[in-house]
Design a protein around this ligand. Structure first.
Ligand code: NAP
Length: 480
């Protein structure tokens, strides 16, 4: 079940939130601790106002909630709320047998026996879940992983405790995968946000249902993802998941925040992942874990796509292809014969190689001259510092911006400020957030032809999709 956490201050507001998310959810959790005082007294009315099972929760401040009442007052609100037809009630695992529990059992309301740990994963997580489930209740462990290794522990725990009714949640930014892959975590439900997340790391209900199709994931679902740090800004899930759905492939693609690449490979093996995309800062680090690499990876020294092949992982680089795709005709027609590449980072390596491989004369400009010199030496091209950019005005057919200068939120920065375009150049900025960077705005004013980072992103993603699935990226999706 996808369960929406309700954090409105009135019952009406919460009922409205359910209505607007109804297509994405199967259950809801009424967080009574978020209700106004008057509304808390009327909580029993809520289940009759909606058409899905509701969990009754009055979370204490020590467990991350807002209820600072005495235990006696808290029990009294819960008892009065239980007059309504709640399907579940959340009772913390340190609460001894109480009148709330008795009333719930008498009314056939299922008990979720929960514990929270905001500092980490407790050593006794196995026994606590086991004990909580002893009386036939549903055990809920909301804990806080701090690394990929911790995330892997959560999957281990859930496998060890197969057959027990439970909810295992990894809170915070390291736990997002446990929320999306809740079924692989053996959880009966995952908590979703409607807008602002009530708990750290919560994913919104619409994305869980439509983008990740989390409620359809089974042991047979192929798992793919993108690894990086940071990673949650990545738009790759929006490329791959709709593609999988369109070709009817039972697969999911999700972001994995990674601290240690070795731990991630252990997780990837555990989840029997079929492949993943690689972003900053792992494009080079990933190489030592690959059994085979493509010719492009060998040449460029950076890998953005990893695919499982029999007995090993194989690395590819689709950045070079994604970059070339929008301008390849102009190169073939002779419209682009020379290029100025701004930047000498990982992306620049692939781009310079792609251009040189097609016979384009390249000059690299970079803040750190030695990095430009290294790429130039490998690709037989010229290099210079950013300060000398003006020297190249009017001398090239293509200007490619590959630095991170101008990236969101620094909209008004341009690494070659003051560079004058003649209007004949093709100007290509590989930054995709924002779409229109400062350098592109200036190039547009001069009448240049523009290319955008999102074109490269989509094209490299489409090729990745082919490597993952063996199918072309569906036209119906790319035309949307
Ligand atoms: P990277 O390896 O970290 O390289 C960063 C580059 O930016 C280096 O050349 C660096 O110069 C330069 N730079 C950073 N801050 C600077 C500053 N304040 N002034 C001047 N130069 C500065 O990163 P990357 O992987 O190449 O990625 C670079 C950008 O490309 C990112 O914005 C990324 O999102 C984008 N990208 C887009 C796509 C796509 O599909 N559209 C694909 C890959 C990357 P130094 O050498 O002097 O440090």
């Amino acid at each position: 079940m996808i369960c929406l956490t309700l954090s409105g201050s009135t019952l009406m507001e919460n009922a409205e939130t359910i209505r607007s998310n109804r297509a994405y959810i199967d259950a809801a959790e009424l967080r009574v601790d978020y209700l106004n005082e008057d509304e808390q007294k009327k909580a029993s009315l809520f289940p009759a106002m909606v058409d899905i099972p509701v969990i009754l929760t009055l979370r204490r401040t020590i467990d991350g909630g807002r209820c600072g009442l005495s235990e006696r007052q808290r029990r009294s609100i819960l008892l009065s709320a239980l007059e309504g037809d709640f399907a579940y009630v959340d009772i913390e695992d340190d609460i001894k047998r109480s009148d709330v529990e008795d009333k719930a059992r008498e009314k056939g309301v299922k008990i979720i026996r929960s514990f929270h740990d905001f500092s980490g994963i407790p050593d006794d997580i196995y026994s606590r879940i086991y004990k909580a489930a002893e009386k036939g209740d549903i055990a809920k462990a909301a804990v806080t992983p701090h690394s990929v290794a911790d995330l892997l522990t959560l999957f281990h725990v859930s496998d060890e405790l197969k057959g027990i009714d439970k909810i295992i949640i990894g809170m915070g930014e390291w736990g997002v995968a446990s929320r999306i892959l809740y079924k692989r975590c053996g959880s009966m439900l995952t908590f979703a946000a409607s807008g602002t997340a009530v708990a750290p790391g919560q994913v919104n209900a619409r994305d869980l249902k439509l983008l990740y199709r989390a409620d359809r994931i089974s042991d047979r679902t192929a798992i793919y993802g993108v690894i990086g740090n940071p990673v949650y800004h990545s738009t790759s899930p929006q490329i791959h998941n709709p593609g999988f759905h369109a070709i009817n492939y039972d697969a999911v693609y999700l972001p994995f925040l990674v601290d240690n690449i070795r731990s991630f490979f252990a997780l990837a093996e555990y989840l029997k992942m079929r492949g993943f995309s690689v972003t900053i800062p792992f494009k080079t680090q990933v190489l030592m874990f690959l059994g085979r690499i493509s010719r492009e990876v060998k040449q460029i020294g950076s890998c953005n796509t990893v695919v499982r092949v029999p007995g090993m992982w194989k690395g590819y680089n689709t950045d070079y292809y994604g970059f070339l795709s929008p301008i390849v005709r102009d190169i073939e027609s002779g419209r682009i014969k020379s290029a100025l590449v701004i930047g000498a980072g990982g992306a620049s390596k692939a781009i310079v190689w792609a251009l040189r491989n097609r016979g384009v004369k390249v000059t690299i400009l970079n803040r750190t001259l030695s990095r430009a010199a290294d790429i130039a030496a490998l690709n037989f091209c010229e290099f210079d510092t950013l300060e000398n950019a003006k020297k190249y005005e009017g001398t090239v057919d293509l200007v490619v911006q590959t630095t991170s200068v101008g990236l969101y939120p620094d909209f008004d920065l341009n690494p070659i400020e003051g560079f004058r375009f003649t209007g004949r150049e093709i100007v290509y900025d590989i930054i995709y957030k924002p779409r229109m960077t400062k350098i592109l705005t200036e190039a547009e004013k001069a009448g240049c032809t523009l290319h955008f980072g999102e074109e490269m992103l989509l094209e490299q993603g489409k090729l990745q999709f082919e490597m993952f699935t063996g199918y072309h990226y569906p036209k119906s999706v790319s035309d949307e």
